[in-house]
Design a protein around this ligand. Structure first.
Ligand code: R5P
Length: 332
């Protein structure tokens, strides 16, 4: 990034490039996505050193001047979530102390979002702790995609821009030209998302009634709706251990579904996810790149990028333009 010169200064850049006041900073969680976003914006990544001290503590130094600039730190809270979280906090603190004009925490994947309430005694509300720390360490705003619980926005007293990956995934689904599809949600909590896809595709809706037995085990109780002889699109916000999605695929196949396509925003793919997905009856598993790709992925996996969506959102925020054109909400 070339620094803009002062008017009248000898040798100064007469017309600064439009993005000269933006800094896109990548944490170490997902530099491939950060680079893709910067490239979409026609800029580069801010120069920074992020390493480790011998004892494992995080060592950060931003090498470009950020004083008065509009900074966007791209860091999904994906595994290793605790490392990535602390690194994000240190980056925010670093930018604040370097007199950045505005700092936005861009979390394409918001970790701990499934812990958004006290559903039993003596447990934390981890999503609120994430919000407290992000704010406390200096973020002026937050930009994220498909938070597991949209009401987490209320944990913040700074603006939260919540984008949806639906337009990105839907485009890829539409390109498949699936005949007469039924959209299936793998649990009751996903009905709103499934209904939005069904509406956009003019499709029917079916629901898998899932019960969570433990963090990685689920049990399917019922399938509500008709899938026999139909092509099925299963949609969800995330695949973690793959239990919900693989069981949903198995149950719709057991009820006579023909082709099975899965479309999910966040591919966390931890624990037994590879074995579960690779061996499940899905023909295609469409995910986005909010989380870096694992080395071992199921053979059905196809990835679509959210980089253009994030780039557009960042540019509009910088230009103080509305984001509503990008907020194709689940009601749309
Ligand atoms: C649940 O409410 C979520 O939408 C996902 O279905 C779930 O968290 C995925 O977890 P797993 O892949 O471990 O079943």
């Amino acid at each position: 990034m070339s620094p803009a010169g002062y008017p009248g200064e000898e040798g100064a850049a007469s017309v600064p490039s439009y993005n000269d006041n933006i800094r896109v900073i990548s944490g170490t969680a997902h530099p491939v996505l950060a680079e893709a976003v910067a490239k979409e914006m026609g800029t580069g990544l801010c120069a920074a050193h992020i390493g480790r001290f011998p004892d494992g503590e995080i060592d950060i130094k931003i090498n470009d001047d950020v004083r008065g600039t509009d900074c966007f730190v791209i860091q999904p809270l994906s595994p290793p979530v605790n490392e990535n979280w602390v690194e994000l906090l240190l980056l925010l603190d670093c930018l604040r102390r370097a007199s950045a004009g505005r700092v936005t925490a861009v979390m394409p994947y918001y970790g701990y979002a499934r812990k958004d309430r006290k559903d039993e005694g003596r447990v934390p509300i981890s999503a609120k702790v994430v919000a407290n720390t992000i704010t406390r360490c200096g973020a002026d705003r937050v930009l994220t995609i498909d938070m597991h619980a949209a009401q987490i926005q209320g944990f913040y007293d700074i603006p939260v821009d919540h984008l949806y990956a639906k337009p990105v995934l839907l485009k890829a689904v539409q390109a498949m030209a699936i005949a007469n599809p039924v959209v299936v949600t793998p649990d009751v909590g996903g009905i709103k998302m499934a209904r939005a896809y069904a509406k956009a595709l003019g499709a029917d809706l079916a629901i898998v009634d899932k019960r969570r037995v433990s963090g990685s085990e689920i049990a399917v109780e019922h399938l509500i709706g008709e899938v026999e002889g139909r092509n099925v699109l299963i949609v969800d916000d995330m695949i973690s251990t793959g239990g919900s999605i693989s069981e949903a695929a198995k149950v719709v196949r057991a009820h006579g579904a023909k082709t099975i396509v899965i479309a999910v925003t966040h591919a966390v793919l931890c624990g037994p996810a590879f074995e579960r997905l690779d061996g499940c009856p899905a023909d295609t598993i469409l995910v986005t790149d909010t989380i870096p790709r694992r080395t071992k992925v199921p053979h059905q996996l196809q990835v679509v990028s959210v980089a253009p969506l994030l780039a557009r959102a960042i540019q509009n925020l910088h230009d103080s333009k509305s984001l509503s054109i990008l907020f194709e909400t689940l009601d749309a």
